[in-house]
Design a protein around this ligand. Structure first.
Ligand code: SF4
Ligand code: FES
Length: 254
């Protein structure tokens, strides 16, 4: 099989693709394949990783036209077609090079974020929107003597949303982000929803109001690519739908 990898650095007139012949070992991940590429073909290939266990979120990239974590995506499964994800198409993934999905694994940087070098993107805007919604716990009651006890049913409501590793796969897969770079995006909104459903977070104003702006909840077109690609099972689209319904109800009753 071959690994086809996007290459770009400042000063190049246009990006190019390098192809590397690889014999995958059982359960080899795309991240491990990239290490081989570095060792055997070109050690200047740039990509991010840290934990190698789907925890830090730094190794997200576009693999076979789907945003995924390189450390948890197995090469053989890709070639066998076992990892197909039916995402709604959008322009950023439409621009492609000739590529044979049965023989080649195509690795590119995440769409919707500027490329710094090879597979490394500038996450600045992603974290700017994350900071904008200020996703922090704001209890209005004084600190209790011991812990704040939570009802298990309430924990269940929010725990899915706590799994986000800020990898930006959902941001990269979102057609609305591609059309409207000022949209706060699925990751930030899902995180805000997590605090809305946290009964300990009792701000005076509704938590949802922090994104009650045209480029917040209301900009989502419910494509659902975010739910489909999230490697941690977080469902941003579901959170946004629920937030919109809650805000509409609040406005009706006001
Ligand atoms: S919601 Fe999922 S896809 Fe989006 S940043 Fe968090 S972990 Fe990544
Ligand atoms: S290296 Fe940490 S999520 Fe992949």
């Amino acid at each position: 099989m071959k690994l086809k990898v996007y290459r770009y650095h400042e000063g190049m007139a246009a990006p190019r693709y390098d192809t590397f012949q690889l014999v995958p070992s059982p359960a080899m991940t795309v991240l491990e394949a990239l290490f081989q590429f570095q060792e055997k073909l070109d050690d200047s290939l740039a990509f991010r990783y840290s934990c190698r266990g789907a925890v830090c979120g730094t190794c997200a990239m576009l693999i076979n036209k789907v945003p995924r974590l390189a450390c948890r995506t197995q090469v053989e499964s890709l070639l066998k077609g076992n990892l197909k994800v039916a995402i709604a198409p959008y322009p950023a993934i439409g621009e492609t090079v000739p590529w044979d999905p049965e023989e080649e694994v195509l690795v590119e940087p995440l769409p919707h974020l500027p490329v710094i070098r090879d597979l490394i993107v500038d996450m600045g805007i992603f974290f700017q929107y994350y900071r904008f919604i200020a996703p922090v716990f704001r209890p209005s009651d004084p600190d209790p003597e011991k812990e704040r006890i939570m009802d298990p049913a309430a924990v269940k409501k929010l725990e899915t949303y706590t799994n986000c590793v800020l990898c930006a796969a959902c941001h990269a897969a979102c057609p609305v982000v591609g059309q409207n770079p000022e949209y706060l995006g699925p990751a930030a909104l899902a995180k805000l929803y997590r605090f809305h459903v946290d009964p300990r977070d009792v701000e005076e104003d509704s938590t949802l109001k922090r994104a009650d702006i045209p480029n917040g909840w209301w900009a989502c077109d419910l494509y659902g690519n975010c739910n489909r690609v999230c490697p941690k099972g977080v469902p941003p689209r579901t959170a946004i739908e629920k937030a919109v319904a809650a805000l509409n109800k609040e406005k009706k009753e006001a």
